[in-house]
Design a protein around this ligand. Sequence first.
Ligand code: OGA
Ligand code: MN
Length: 286
Amino acid sequence: MSVRLRKLSYALGAEVCDVDVAKPMSERQFGEIYQAFLDHGILLFRNQDITRERHIEFSRRFGELDRHEALPRDRHPDYPELLMVTNEPKPDGSPSDTKYTGRQWHSDMSFTTAPSLGSLLRSYAVPEVGGDTLFANMYLAYHTLSEGMKKLIAGLHGVHLSGTRKLANDNTGIDRMHEQKKLNPPVAQPVVRVHPETGRKALYIGEKVKRFDGMTEEESRPIIEFLVRHATRPEFVYRHPWRKNDILAWDNRCVMHQALGDFDETQLRHMERTTVLGTWSGYIIT
Ligand code: OGA
Ligand code: MN
């Protein structure tokens, strides 16, 4: 039996219908799912009311999982393979450290020399409306650049910083941000990456990129801003309206994403993510 897919948008994404990821899955069936992951960049599995163990187990089929040593504060206390993205206040009533996780265009773990292959985000609680996530197809972004721009960026490396934040309207997560910066020195990554499995070129950029290696911030900024704006044109983007018990798997090598703050912050939004380790890429800037 082959898996049934439903496209999520013109640019990227497919829903995998009628699959319970907690049930045993043959190599052949997972092979089809993995091929769909490579073809569509993101896969949606709805109605996955499964345990944390099953979430981790299913994620392992994509590859070895990150234990999130680079983000120690954000891990689940009992499951280092699970990264929390939640606005649930801490037991002492102070705001969650991960309240603003992902609020800028990025690819997971790009600020390390083992940037992630893919991530599987599971929703436990979603607000009544909003709290959507945007995803952009970075193959399309690359392929729609002019030949001149492709030539210009061909040899460039973007310097990715950890602990960057778009929202600075309060001090939530400031300590975490400083801790992250200390743990993770800046890392330069090629602006154009060849996807190791599909062999296709994709743009690898985002709002964590401060400058290009060997260039000043002032020189780099207009090009970075252009590339991010270009890559996130609405026609290259899928916007995911979350339902409880969705699992969304995305390929960090050819997709970037951003969490939106388009919801009532008094309502609970609680997500948990596994992160599949990718291959070595980039170099540390000292
Ligand atoms: C992530 C992330 C986005 C969101 O988990 O990597 O960026 O919408 N989350 O919670
Ligand atoms: Mn993310």
